[in-house]
Ligand binder design. Structure first.
Ligand code: GCO
Ligand code: MG
Length: 402
């Protein structure tokens, strides 16, 4: 069996997606996601100029060997661009293998560990009252777990607040737009949101919150402590994790569960956090870290320390990543939760898929492969449009972490 052709499809049905399609000499093809929000075209070039020429003629059944070839063979290891390109190839090859076997992908990983996958939705509002209402809407839709983000009075476009009712999509400007941040105001306001949420809805639902890298380790520890009475499922990215040791301080001062890893691209980014048990959930997903081949190594390593998975599932990851992640979630023994931000109808039309939502859970279908395809004709009607994530500045103009 041979890889006969491979091509990259860039489409913007409301937001940009980069998709790799690998075709074989047996008529079977596979699809992989290579989207890197705000830096899409760098991965297109990496694939078209450096990866695809080396794939032609290779045996697509040798997933592990091709992974090692692309990882070791680049010499320049890791990094978001390289690892997303590898992920796209890896997921397309798993798709091909599962199609050849006539099985849904989770069967090749080891079969089902659960009936369906618990997801969390994104509730947000301009202030506490609006956010409390939004959480109520998610409860009414059947969600068991809900992330709550609120606007903060006096902070311009605080992180995580959607513009529409249901969708949150911050990559919206041809150049990064400028938002504000004020840690003092956030530390004052965020605990009040969770107090109100627990007063209103009780303790039956899982509540989550994303700090989006905004706090110092000491401030993060303080926030974690203040949130303890409200029993969060997790507090995410509460401080930047380039320095994994920074989490020791946070961990030693709070029992609020910690989640990290949506911007990690290999097991090395999480090694100290995992082996020192500084986190409870690892957020890395399929497209972020070199595909299923590498992600399951991270998950197995995390399992040794009772750390569970919580795959990133924002809308900047295409339905192809969502499909592959759901097969991973259906199998992985140490599953925690799956983020589900929901794509727009336009995006769902370009990427027909067989996963479905009911009563707070997503379920994969039984289509051979990962169950997600791309409608190329429709994709061609939505050409690439530059769109960037915002940046954040403090009140005095200092650049901060968005
Ligand atoms: C999340 C994330 C996202 C990111 C986005 C950036 O927890 O869902 O923080 O909303 O901001 O993926 O492209
Ligand atoms: Mg996040």
């Amino acid at each position: 069996m041979k890889i006969q052709a491979a091509r990259v499809i860039v489409t913007c049905p409301g937001r940009n997606f980069v998709t790799l399609k690998i075709e074989t000499d047996q008529g079977v093809y596979g699809i992989g996601d290579a989207t890197l929000n705000g830096r899409e075209l760098s991965v297109v070039s990496y694939l078209e100029d450096h990866v695809i020429p080396a794939l032609i003629g290779k045996d697509p059944q040798r997933i592990e060997d091709i992974w090692q070839y692309l990882y070791r063979g680049a010499y320049w290891r890791r990094g978001p661009v390289t690892m997303r390109a590898i992920a796209a190839v890896d997921v397309a090859l798993w798709d091909i293998k599962a199609k050849m076997a006539g099985m849904p992908l989770y069967q090749l990983l080891g079969g089902r560990s659960r009936d369906h996958v618990m997801v969390y939705g994104h509730a947000s509002g301009g202030d506490i009252a609006e956010t409390v209402d939004a959480v109520g809407q998610y409860i009414d839709m059947g969600y068991k777990a809900i992330r709550a983000q609120t606007g903060i009075p006096g902070v311009k476009d605080a992180y995580g607040v959607g513009r529409g009712k249901l969708h949150y999509e911050p990559a919206d400007a041809a150049l990064p737009s400028e938002t504000g941040w004020n840690t003092r105001k956030a530390l004052n306001y965020v605990p009040k949101l969770f107090e109100k949420l627990r007063d209103t809805y009780g303790f039956d639902h899982h509540l989550l919150h994303d700090g989006h890298h905004r706090y110092t380790p000491q401030e993060a520890a303080n926030l974690g402590r203040m949130l303890e009475p409200y029993q969060l499922f997790w507090l995410e990215d509460v401080t930047p994790a380039e320095n994994q040791e920074a989490f020791k301080l946070v961990r030693h001062h709070t029992v609020t569960p910690l989640a990290v890893g949506e911007i990690f691209n290999s097991i090395w980014d999480a090694k100290d956090l995992i082996q020192n048990q500084l986190i409870d959930y690892i957020r890395t997903t399929v497209v972020g870290a070199g595909g299923l081949t590498h992600l399951r190594r991270i998950a197995d390593f995390a399992a040794l320390y009772q750390i569970r998975t919580g795959c990133h599932g924002a809308t900047d990851l295409s339905p192809v990543t969502m499909g592959a992640a759901l097969h991973f979630d259906t199998w992985v023994p140490n599953f925690g939760i799956q983020e589900y931000m929901r794509h727009s109808d336009e995006t769902d039309d370009v990427f027909p898929h067989d996963y479905s939502f009911a009563d707070g859970y997503l379920s994969v279908g039984d289509t051979p492969g990962h169950g997600v395809d791309i409608d190329e004709e429709l994709a061609a009607k939505h050409p690439y449009k530059p769109a960037y994530l915002p940046v954040a500045r403090l009140a005095d103009g200092t650049m901060w972490n968005w």
